[in-house]
Design a protein around this ligand. Structure first.
Ligand code: SAM
Length: 244
């Protein structure tokens, strides 16, 4: 099974790489979580009495990152992390010459993340269902748990985190309209999808998971977070949580 999951992890990463340039380019839902993110940044900054250091894990092509950095006066340093070099190249273009932002190529599930970076943050962002795309050799469930543990590890005491995932109860929203190159091969009753992405004469398997509210609560709480605000918008479930 490990061999299969390792291959699925490699394929999913390759799918992000090849699809980077047109990744959800016309996603009308992008930014539905900006209110919660803005509030989280403002509250963290008020609590600390200074601007905050932000880690955006899975920064993707940087559209939302650019909007955040341009619009928030609460950010001191902004780190965008992604394992896809093509996503990072686009994020570099989106963020332009902005002095506060640094982009880092790294797998969030890399066990050495904390030791190698020797960094911690006041606010972590994991948006647009990035949590639902995590796969590791031990499988996606283990990857989701590990991912939240990593965020907990790199967050400073009292720090907070915004997570946005896709809502299992709004599955009908996944249609061919804004993901024309993604074909659903298989889906399970517990929210797992196996999709195929065809691009440039190649096709890649792509893993995605959609969450119930209960499942999301269980995951974040068992990783050591306390949920302090939540919202349901469009296809998104949004939780703001604090490191306990
Ligand atoms: C669903 S996209 C979200 C992109 C962006 N946050 C947005 O809102 O448009 C997920 C992003 O996370 C990255 N990603 C997925 N798994 C990762 C991992 N284990 N480590 C680092 N980046 C990862 C992908 O390359 C992709 O850019």
């Amino acid at each position: 099974m490990k061999i299969y999951f390792r291959k699925l992890a490699v394929e999913t990463k390759a799918a992000f790489d090849v699809n980077a340039a047109n990744y959800l380019a016309d996603d009308i839902h992008r930014g539905e979580d900006l209110t919660e993110i803005g509030l989280c940044l403002a509250q963290a900054s008020a609590r600390l009495g200074r601007q905050v250091d932000v880690l955006y894990a899975g920064v993707g092509p940087g559209h939302l990152a650019a909007r955040l950095v341009a619009s928030s006066a609460d950010i001191r340093a902004f780190y965008g992390l992604d394992y896809s070099s093509r996503m990072l190249a686009l994020a570099r273009e989106s963020l332009g010459d902005c002095g506060t932002a640094r982009l880092v190529r790294q797998d969030l599930l890399d066990p050495d993340l904390r030791r190698r970076r020797r960094q911690s943050f006041d606010v972590c962002l994991l948006l647009n269902n990035t949590l639902g795309n995590m796969v590791a050799a031990g499988g996606p469930v283990e990857a989701r748990v590990r991912c939240l543990e990593v965020l907990h590890e790199v967050l400073r005491p009292g720090g907070s985190c915004v997570l946005t995932v896709y809502d299992f109860h709004r599955l009908e929203g996944l249609n061919g309209k804004y993901t024309p190159k993604l074909k659903i091969l298989e889906k399970t009753s517990d929210g797992d999808f196996m999709l195929k992405l065809a691009a440039n004469g190649h096709s890649h398997l792509f893993y995605s998971h959609w969450f119930t509210e209960r499942e999301l609560h269980g995951l974040v709480e068992s990783a050591g977070f306390r949920i302090c605000a939540e919202a349901r918008r469009g296809q998104r479930l949004i939780v703001v949580c604090e490191r306990t």
